[in-house]
Design a protein around this ligand. Structure first.
Ligand code: F6P
Length: 455
């Protein structure tokens, strides 16, 4: 162990994530939430960059963004096996209830371990004993154990942005006990929902050595671990402003039907896009009076395209959109407008505000911030209706939405119909309850409650 940490001096917040936020593009919620603490403590955000010398033995420091940013590089094959391989072909499907889509290969796990060990090694010379390290998400689960191995004894927390798997999916991982060994080196592990915490307890008691000490503390693999539920939020006031000020071009306005429904998500198999399209088909079959009256704007930017399951979901989605459009379209109208590109945040905010219905219907999702953005973007006097899958983490706190089972096309179609017909006073009542929740538990609340617990 070779910890070259600077002793003394006040502790800083050190955030580590797979992606380093860029210094110039508009900030996402996470950056907005952490910027103050990073600035105040002279902290640092560390993440991957694909630019630079992959053999470089140190972090590269960057200007811009208003706080310290440092990047690491990894050898191309190691990065692919760590990011596309173990992170997104093993952990992501298992943690989203799709163990059938896992592809287990020994080189994926090896690269995942190697990547985390290298990141820890690059961090160590830049750490101070009093620093608090906040690790983000499933790419970096072994980082605490690697930092401990290399001598860092300060506080380390993890926040898992995605769901914690059920027992069956957890047992399908290669060496499931590793997961608990990795987690046991953190001081605090934060989950999005109570359901994730229950899954963690269930899996750790069956697949590892765990003992409950009290409500929030466990002894896991002979080490003490604190856990907690911290549902992540958005920069609610910022997004409300963005939606109010969005400049939706006239071209869009004239294309927007009186009953536009909107769906926005990366083109990921966990998001339930084909199920949503089938529900729209059922809606048009069961309520033909809605033909030419309602349409779905589906924005689904590409993601992880080098993983075969993502190529398959693209094929399925595009085939289905083509089939439904072919069946129902008229000369003046198409039921599904499908956009396979990212749309700038401010433009999206305006589109959410125009849409009568927000469709957030994943099959599994850690939280789903689109649900919160849709609510924040609405005109409070004449709001749209949120339809929310019971499998989105957001459903735990957003019960005033129309909650649906995305596997049931008839239930989904009836929820769409109900949303489109909903009287204004019911829409306002539901929206107000949701907006209060989104404002009260925004991303600032999330980061400060997590960091207060980390200590
Ligand atoms: O939900 C998990 C997550 O890592 C998010 O934090 C992120 O926005 C999303 O998936 C995108 O994934 P990727 O970094 O693989 O493009």
């Amino acid at each position: 162990a070779t910890a070259a940490q600077t002793p003394g001096s006040a502790g800083r917040l050190v955030v580590v994530s797979n992606r380093l936020p860029s210094g110039d593009s508009p900030s996402g919620g996470l950056v907005v939430a952490l910027k103050d603490s990073l600035q105040r403590t002279g902290g640092l955000w560390i993440g991957h960059s694909d630019k630079g010398d992959t053999g470089a033995g140190s972090l590269s420091f960057h200007q811009g963004g208003g706080f310290g940013r440092a990047s690491f590089t990894l050898n191309g094959a190691v990065y692919d096996n760590y990011y596309l391989g173990f992170s997104n072909t093993v952990l992501w499907p298992a943690f989203h209830g799709r163990a059938d889509l896992m592809r287990i290969a020994p080189e994926y796990l090896q690269a995942y371990r190697r990547a985390n060990s290298r990141i820890a090694k690059l961090m160590i010379p830049h750490l101070r004993t009093a620093d608090r390290i906040w690790v983000q998400d499933y790419h970096l689960l072994p980082l605490a154990s690697e930092l401990r191995l290399q001598g860092f004894a300060g506080r380390i927390g993890l926040f898992l942005h995605i769901p914690f798997p059920s027992l069956a999916d957890c047992a399908a991982l290669p060496n499931p006990a590793d997961l608990f060994e990795w987690l046991s080196h953190y001081d605090l592990v934060g989950f999005q929902t109570r359901r994730d915490l229950v899954n963690f307890e269930d899996c750790s008691s069956r697949l590892s050595r765990v003992q409950r000490l009290d409500d929030q503390r466990f002894r896991l693999c002979e080490r003490k671990l604190r856990v907690g539920v911290f549902p992540i939020g958005i920069d609610s006031l910022g997004f409300m402003d963005e939606a109010r000020n969005a400049d939706i071009e006239d071209r869009m306005r004239s294309l927007t039907y009186s009953s536009m429904m909107i769906g926005v998500e990366r083109l990921d198999y966990s998001k339930g896009i084909p199920q949503k399209f089938r529900a729209l088909q059922t809606l048009l079959e069961n309520h033909p009076e809605l033909i030419e009256k309602v349409d779905l704007l589906q924005v689904a930017p590409p993601t992880r395209e080098d993983v075969s399951a993502y190529r398959d979901i693209r094929e399925e989605t595009e085939h289905l959109a083509g089939r439904i459009n072919g069946k129902f379209a008229t000369v003046n109208w198409t039921p599904i407008r499908y956009i396979h590109r990212a749309i700038p945040r401010n433009e999206l905010a305006g589109l959410y505000r125009q849409a009568r219905v927000g469709l957030v219907t994943p099959l599994a999702d850690g939280m789903n911030l689109v649900a919160k953005e849709y609510v924040a973007a609405q005109d409070v006097g004449n709001p749209g209706v949120l339809i929310l899958s019971r499998f989105a983490g957001a459903a735990e706190t957003m019960q005033s939405a129309l909650i649906v089972n995305p596997h049931d096309p008839v239930e989904m179609a009836e929820a769409m119909h109900r949303a489109l017909e909903m009287p204004a006073d019911e829409r306002r009542r539901r929206h107000l309850a949701l907006l209060q929740e989104v404002l009260e538990h925004d991303v600032g609340w999330w980061s400060s409650s997590y960091l207060a617990t980390l200590g």
